[in-house]
Ligand binder design. Structure first.
Ligand code: PHE
Length: 347
């Protein structure tokens, strides 16, 4: 049996030496040490040997086994090193990566760009941005704005309430329906003169169509000081619409009801498409309603700890998406949140 062992040793040492790659070596390893490998099966025949023979063969078997394992390991290492050397001498040129071949630069979302632009316009007049939460209390979004529960004016805002059992300061929670929830914060946390703006997401339980989204942006400014009047409101409206649509745009204020302003107005711009003649976009009216505004209601000022006898203020808000649609001729509001590259890349 020791002759058989020597034969295996000799035969495999040669095979290992001439193995060209790792795959050959793996096969050699398996035919020696695999389930039916020659070295694996050999001990099965040991039972035929007597004690003396076993004493001699046992250590020899172990020695051959370890030697073969070691030589395979060394050859494996040598093959690896040879292949690294071969690679070192090779010249590499990588194929162009796909994104490199079709390079694209990203840019700000058109709505964000429009909002940043608007923020700059008002910043020039001294307005500073503040935050207001997107999830707010019924109190901040409605009640403090003169819209008590069950008041018919609530129908103006299709509200998404959060689980009706959840309350903060004993007021139901909702997704804010407008940026006007920033008003009470602006008033109660600051002393006049106040010039603040709030930009951000609002949510309504809307039937989504080309002009209505359930998730949309609003932009609101709050201006409180001594002697602020409707003249300031007219000026701010003109200043803003001229900065967006150019000097030619005409602006008019028409009466409109919002419970938290008195008087309340709709801010109309002369239709930029038909210049007042009446067309499909303006519904034949010649004017487009672009913003809602008014003099802050005395109740709201008082709730913010500001004396309406001493101070007066303006609240003024609009939807950036609607404004951008008119400015850029976008027909469907849903495109803004669609993630469609074909649309986004036009800007
Ligand atoms: N918050 C009103 C809306 O969502 C708009 C508005 C803002 C009206 C400020 C008056 C003053 O419709």
């Amino acid at each position: 049996m020791d002759i058989k062992l020597k034969e295996i040793q000799q035969d495999y040492l040669n095979k290992i030496k001439t193995a060209k790659n790792l795959k050959d070596l793996d096969e050699i390893f398996l035919s020696l040490f695999g389930k039916n490998g020659e070295v694996t099966l050999l001990p099965k025949q040991f039972s035929q040997l007597d004690k003396e023979q076993l004493k001699k063969l046992g250590p020899l078997f172990n020695q051959v086994k370890q030697e073969l394992e070691k030589v395979i390991g060394n050859r494996r290492q040598a093959i690896r090193e040879e292949s690294y050397k071969a690679l070192e001498n090779e010249e590499f040129t990588l194929p162009p990566l796909r994104w490199e071949a079709k390079q694209r630069t990203g840019h700000t979302h058109p709505l964000t760009a429009f909002e940043q632009h608007t923020a700059k316009i008002f910043n020039k007049l001294g307005f500073v941005q503040i935050d207001a939460p997107l999830i707010d209390t019924d109190y901040n979004n409605f009640e403090v704005l003169n819209i008590p529960e069950n008041h018919p004016a609530r129908d103006l805002w299709d509200t998404l309430y959060i689980n009706s059992n959840l309350k903060t300061q004993n007021s139901k929670l909702l997704l804010r329906t407008h940026t006007s929830n920033s008003q009470i914060r602006a008033l109660s946390q600051n002393k006049p003169p106040i010039r603040l703006m709030n930009i951000g997401r609002c949510f309504r339980y809307e039937n989504v169509d080309a002009r209505h989204e359930h998730t949309f942006e609003q932009f609101e400014i709050i201006y409180v000081d001594k002697g602020v009047s409707m003249a300031n409101l007219q000026y701010l409206s003109e200043y803003f619409l001229k900065s967006i649509f150019g000097e030619d745009i005409k602006v008019r204020l028409k009466p409109k009801y919002y419970p938290f302003v008195e008087p309340g107005v709709g801010v109309d711009g002369l239709c930029i498409f038909c210049k007042g003649k009446g067309c499909r976009v303006c519904g034949g009216i010649g004017w487009l309603e672009l913003a809602g505004a008014g003099m802050i209601h005395p109740n709201v000022l008082r709730a913010g700890d500001i004396d309406p006898k001493e101070y007066s203020g303006i609240a003024w808000g609009f939807g950036p998406a609607r404004m951008a649609m008119i400015k850029y001729g976008i027909e469907d509001i849903r495109l803004f949140n669609s993630g469609e590259l074909a649309f986004l890349e036009k800007f």
